[in-house]
Design a binder for this molecule. Structure first.
Ligand SMILES: O=C(O)C1=C[C@@H](OP(=O)(O)O)[C@@H](O)[C@H](O)C1
Ligand SMILES: C=C(OP(=O)(O)O)C(=O)O
Length: 445
């Protein structure tokens, strides 16, 4: 059964100030990586604070199907006993990644360096997403695609390389998923596998590979880029991983607290890796009151507590080079922009077209049906902020969790309620979103 077989609509209406203290769930990117590296390591990996959303649970199942022992030992607590680099066994059935690009693409990289065949599949949204960008480098390394749907899409069967070749690969777009797939395949190759990116994307794979004992050297490349060199065939050792709270999930209560008058909300343990914090930079430029305290760095990634108070926002221009550090946050930024005074121009958003939905079109539609003036010009989105949002619209969520949550956030302060057609996909990344927002004072019914 897919979520859309039984859509569950929900309405969000303005209901006074939001207040309270919350910890949003664990970071999705780090959760996927902890399971995958745990499955490729020798010995036990203990993970705490794992995001138990559907995307990550699908990765856990895939790692078990590839031969790792994956056990849930408590709330957010997981133990993984891995098979060692190159040691995956052929899965008995297709691996189903549901809605998750990250889980699927990183697992393709991990399988590519093992001499096995595996079939990758997902839901209708994932089946529509481009996989060529992952296959291009993996084929250079010796992996073969033995079957795929039209245009190199899922379902797809890969035959991993018996003797993978190390490569020097320049990613065509800033994408942590492409970079990570190449590095994970490079684990099985002799010598050094190098990825060069013109604009730095999130570096959780590099950081976690080092944590598990691999040798990774990162250097600057041009003004905004990086060169990452991994020495192949390391012995990865199981490690402890503490997963900080996901800044991309925190974005929703943060924007809600900014737009609902008199709100005062505290969020704890938010990961503040600079390659993930473009939204917070942008919101501060718009005049947001976000106070950061309790900075710590005891889990391999920086984290901090955020106190967010309702603020009168103003329109800004967001430069294209900031996109990789906030790529999943433009939807909810567009909501903040609608409540701001003045025009917000977000530049260089082409990658939004190939996410769970065409997020450029879906975000513009979400705003338009609720009375907000918005324009797409090439790869840019321009939102005309009037300080308030009329609301009254029904938002089509297109199997996209972030459209669903952004629209519900928009309704927390709109003149009339905002309705969404389906809440089902929220569980992919933020299963407790609805009760957590209600706990802060949101009226969802
Ligand atoms: O590597 C990751 O964990 C992710 C990378 C990004 O995708 P791209 O690599 O396609 O930019 C992002 O949109 C996704 O939510 C998570
Ligand atoms: C793009 C996203 O995820 P994925 O690519 O893993 O489906 C997201 O969570 O916004």
């Amino acid at each position: 059964m897919t979520h859309s077989d039984h859509p569950t609509p929900l309405e969000s209406r303005a209901a006074g100030a939001l207040s309270g203290r919350v910890r949003v769930p664990g970071d999705k990117s780090i959760s996927h990586r902890a399971l995958i590296l745990g499955a490729l390591a020798v010995g036990e990996t203990r993970i705490s604070g794992l995001l138990e959303g559907e995307d990550v649970l699908n990765t856990a199942k895939a790692m078990a199907a590839l031969g790792a022992r994956v056990e849930r030992t408590g709330e957010g607590a997981w133990s993984v006993r891995g098979v060692g680099v190159g040691g995956f066994k052929a899965p008995a059935a297709p691996l189903d990644f549901g809605n998750s690009g990250t889980g699927c693409r990183l697992a393709m990289g991990a399988v590519a360096g093992c001499p096995i065949a595996a079939t990758f599949d997902g839901d209708a949204s994932l089946r529509s997403r481009p996989m060529r960008r992952i296959l291009d480098p993996l084929e250079l390394m010796g992996t073969r695609v033995t079957s795929s749907a039209d245009g190199g899409r899922l379902p797809m069967t890969l035959q991993g390389a018996r003797d993978p070749l190390p490569v020097v690969y320049r990613t065509p777009v800033a994408s942590a998923q492409i970079k990570s797939a190449v590095l994970l395949a490079g684990l099985s190759a002799p010598g050094v596998t190098t990825v060069i990116e013109q604009e730095a994307s999130r570096d959780h794979t590099e950081l976690m590979l080092t944590h598990f004992g691999a040798h990774v050297v990162t250097t600057k490349e041009g003004a905004h880029g990086r060169k990452i060199a991994l020495t192949g065939q390391p012995e990865l050792r199981g490690a402890n991983v503490i997963v900080p709270a996901d800044p991309s999930s925190a974005a929703f209560p943060i924007v809600a607290a900014l737009i609902v008058p008199e709100s005062d909300v505290t969020l704890t343990d938010i990961m503040t890796n600079p390659l993930r914090t473009g939204l917070f930079t942008t919101l501060r430029e718009m005049g947001a009151s976000i106070e950061e305290s309790h900075q710590r760095n005891d889990a391999g990634e920086p984290m901090a507590q955020f106190r967010v108070r309702a603020s009168q926002l103003r329109g800004v221009t967001v430069p294209p080079e900031r996109a990789p550090s906030m790529i999943d946050e433009y939807l909810v930024l567009a909501v903040a922009a609608a409540y701001a005074e003045g025009v917000t121009t977000m530049r260089g958003l082409q990658e939004l077209r190939v996410k769970e939905s065409d997020r450029l079109e879906a975000t513009a539609d979400m705003l338009r049906v609720n009375g907000v003036e918005v324009e797409i010009s090439g790869d840019d989105m321009i939102v005309v902020g009037k300080g308030h949002v009329p609301g009254g619209g029904l938002v089509a969520t297109h199997m996209d969790h972030r459209i669903a949550m952004s629209a519900l956030v928009m309704g927390t302060a709109s003149d009339t309620p905002v309705k969404i057609d389906d809440t089902g996909f929220i569980a992919t990344s933020f299963p407790d979103f609805i009760p957590m927002m209600r706990g802060l004072g949101a009226d969802f019914s």
